[in-house]
Structure formats: C-alpha cells, structure tokens
Design a protein around this ligand. Structure first.
Ligand code: ADP
Length: 200
C-alpha cells in the first residue's frame, strides 16, 4: 500500500524544520523539498546538467547552479523564471514520487516551504501548517541575525498569509513551545492512523 502523504508547510520562521524533525523522530520518513533542490543544483545534479544546456549563464565554474546568477537573470528577464521552473519542477516531482513509492512506512512527510504557493497540496493526502503569532515569527527570524526587517518584509510579501494557510490546512500545529508542537505532532499522527484504519 502506498504511504499516506502528509504535506508540511508554514511561513518563514514558523518552526517547520523543527517540526519536521519531530515527525522524523517519530519514525516518519521525511522528504525535504529544499534539500532536493539543493542536490539537483549541485555539480553533476540533474538540474545543473539540464540548465548547463538551457541557461549556461546560470552555471558556476564548478558546474553547480549559481543561485545568485539565477536571481540576476530572473530580475533582468522574468521569463527566465518560467524556463527555470519548466526544467526544475519535473525533476523535483520525480524525486518526490520516487521517495513516496519506495517508502516503507504508513505515513510520509513532504516538507515543502511554498506548498500552497506552488499548488503542491494536489500531491498530498493532507496538509499540516505550522503556525505561531506574527510577533513570535518576526522575533525568531530576526534572532537568526542574517536578515534585516526589510528582507523579512520582502519574503513575507511573497508568501501566502499565515491565516490563509491555516484556513486551508487539514491540521494546524502550534509552535509556541516545543512541548505544544510535540503534542500536536503526536495528535496529527494518531488522527491520520485513525483515518487510514477507517478507510481500510
Ligand atoms: P522554519 O524552518 O519554519 O524557518 P525553524 O524550525 O528553523 O523554522 O525554527 C525557527 C526558530 O524557531 C528556531 O530558532 C527554533 O528553535 C524556534 N522554534 C521552532 N519551533 C519551535 C517551537 N515549537 N517552540 C519554540 N521554538 C521553536
């Protein structure tokens, strides 16, 4: 039987990585969209090889995709983003499908930062959204020290508002404290296993 695909998403700093690690610790295999893109962009990676032919200006000397060059190319010509997506999205989808097909588990977690923004809910049997109050989110992101308020605003403008994500989600995992999030992870897994049993 194929595994139940639980999507996990949430705005920047909401605690998605921390929560994904809790699912992993509970024995749930985790597929990480960002890590997958990283691998595909590395020297010899499938996206790096495909882009070397289609967008050679986006490839660094070592053969990896140069993200900074990509950003400049997209800024200069927005149609580059469509060409990039046409190459990268099918590779990411194939990687995800292979992961789900080979998983030896009743539930797998698909960790996808821009899940709703990219329509990836269509690939999920349910979606869980990590959420904390906006002031907690801001404080967490700014505490990392690598981002200014202005940079955070730009990123937040590109993401679906938290309230909208929560309204669409099957499950909301509050990340106010580690204990609260841990309890919610346990409840979500129990609820999905009830659903799987009821459908069997
Ligand atoms: P994201 O992957 O959503 O950007 P992270 O998981 O990296 O977020 O968490 C952002 C920050 O919030 C980190 O400093 C992390 O320690 C903290 N954090 C995450 N989840 C919780 C939680 N449930 N309770 C308290 N702090 C949390």
């Amino acid at each position: 039987m194929t595994a139940f695909r639980l999507g996990l998403t949430g705005g920047i700093g909401m605690g998605k990585s921390t929560t994904a690690a809790m699912f992993a610790a509970a024995g749930v295999p985790v597929w990480d969209a960002d890590a997958t893109v990283h691998r595909l962009y590395a020297p010899g990676g499938a996206a790096a090889l495909a882009l070397a032919a289609a967008l050679p200006q986006a490839i660094a000397a070592d053969g990896a995709v140069d993200r900074e060059a990509l950003r400049r190319l997209i800024a200069a010509d927005p149609s580059v983003l469509d060409r990039l997506n046409a190459i990268v999205h099918p590779l990411v989808a194939a990687d995800r499908a292979a992961f789900v097909a080979s998983a030896q588990a009743d539930i797998v977690l698909l960790d996808i930062p821009l899940l709703y923004e990219t329509g990836a809910q269509a690939m999920c049997d349910a979606v869980a959204v990590v959420s904390a109050p906006p002031e907690v989110q801001r404080a967490r992101v700014l505490a990392r020290g690598s981002m200014t308020e202005a940079m955070l605003e730009t990123i937040l403008d590109r993401q679906m508002p938290d309230a909208e994500k929560r309204a669409r989600a099957d499950y909301v995992i509050p990340t106010t404290t580690l204990e609260v999030a841990q309890g919610a992870v346990k409840d979500v897994l129990a609820d999905i296993r009830r659903r799987i049993a009821a459908d069997a």
